[in-house]
Design a protein around this ligand. Structure first.
Ligand code: COA
Length: 329
């Protein structure tokens, strides 16, 4: 049986970092940011005591409530993140503790901006195989913890937030996650979008801090080119493999990195602006959070109906990218 999404939820912190705020901090301006990226503001988790697990915990509690289930019923929790609270234990184990999911096993998955799709694809296999009945998949990042707010090329792009879903066996055949294509290209991706410090290659030292190695580094132009091509290619591939057309796609749910990447993907698919969701203007790039946040917003606005055809697609560090076809249950 296919895996179907049976609940959605999102959490965005209240703190707002606007383009005008950034103008005061950096040599940049609102017009430049909006025309290059489509972003006007982002959310920031300002409380230093709160980390990614806090975002996940808020999402997890809502998911259980919306689905009307107890934490004990969960078989598995997967958290997609590149900003875990700590290198170990996994943030998924912290979420298990927060909600008291005593019967679940839990692990993190890191595929940067493609993390949620990679996790959703992984989780769906446990349902399809019959191994599990109830899986929680969360994508969340506290990007403000790895952003250098003196670097105008990256500080403008990212925000904090997360979202998640519950996956269960579909009630009827032909619904749920019907297809997925996932890709990685470490050869071309490994040098253009990365955080050098904090891992086993450059463990934290005074030197790594002085050299600012614990922040994101990105060659924006290189990443942009690959993102546009790869996200559009995989979205079109999903359409072709599943007989989807511009007419019968109900929603394109793209990773929210940059409005120009989203629009280019929609254009290649031949779909019009009322068929894709874009909230990058309000939240910036929340990395593993963007796609589940979009799903939760569509769900809250009653824009998802039984039989709605969704194409999900993402691109991120690695490089990693992927596409998925979901027929909404
Ligand atoms: N404000 C003002 N000027 C800025 C700026 C900012 N925040 N950031 C960079 N610039 C300047 C650059 O210094 C450069 O000046 P120069 O020509 O004098 O050297 C100029 O603007 C153009 O920079 P460039 O990097 O070519 O801009 P761009 O059009 O490629 O846009 C990004 C930059 C980051 C918005 C764009 O490359 C992008 O979106 N890349 C993909 C990022 C992404 O989505 N990453 C996550 C993937 S999941």
């Amino acid at each position: 049986m296919n895996a179907a999404i049976t609940a959605t939820a999102k959490y965005l912190p209240d703190g707002i970092l606007s383009n005008l705020d950034l103008e005061r901090m950096l040599d940049t301006n609102d017009e430049w940011i909006r025309t290059r990226t489509g972003i006007s503001e982002r959310r920031i988790l300002r409380d230093p005591e709160k980390a990614t697990s806090y975002i996940c915990g808020e999402v997890a509690r809502q998911l259980l409530e919306k689905r009307g289930m107890t934490a004990d019923e969960l078989d598995l929790i997967i958290v997609a993140t590149m900003t875990p609270d700590m290198l170990f234990p996994s943030t998924a184990c912290l979420v298990q503790d927060i909600i008291g999911a005593r019967n679940a096993w839990a692990f993190d998955l890191n595929a940067a901006c493609s993390g949620f799709l990679f996790a959703l694809n992984t989780a769906s296999r446990f349902i399809e195989s019959g191994a599990h009945k109830k899986v929680m998949v969360i994508g969340a990042d506290k990007m403000s913890s790895v952003i250098d707010y003196t670097d105008r090329s990256t500080a403008i792009l990212f925000g904090d937030g997360g979202g998640g879903v519950i996956l269960e066996p579909a009630a009827e055949e032909g619904y749920g996650i019907l297809d997925a294509r996932m890709y990685s290209d470490g050869t071309n991706g490994k040098d253009h979008l990365l955080m050098k410090g904090g891992g086993s290659r450059h463990p934290a030292t005074h030197k790594t801090v002085d050299e600012r190695l614990h922040y994101i580094y990105q060659d924006g132009r290189m990443v942009f080119k690959s993102a546009v091509t790869s996200m559009a290619n995989v979205a079109v591939e999903i359409m072709e493999r599943n007989g989807l057309t511009a007419e019968n796609v109900s929603w394109l749910v793209p990773h929210q990195a940059n409005q120009r990447i989203i629009s280019a993907t929609a254009e290649r698919m031949g779909i019009s602006s009322e068929k894709f969701i874009s909230n990058v203007g309000r939240y910036g790039n929340t990395t593993a959070g963007t796609i589940p946040i979009c799903l939760a917003e569509l769900d809250e606005e009653n824009k998802l109906h039984p039989g709605s055809n969704l194409v999900l697609c993402s691109f991120g560090a690695g490089y990693t990218w992927g596409g998925m076809y979901v027929k909404w249950q």
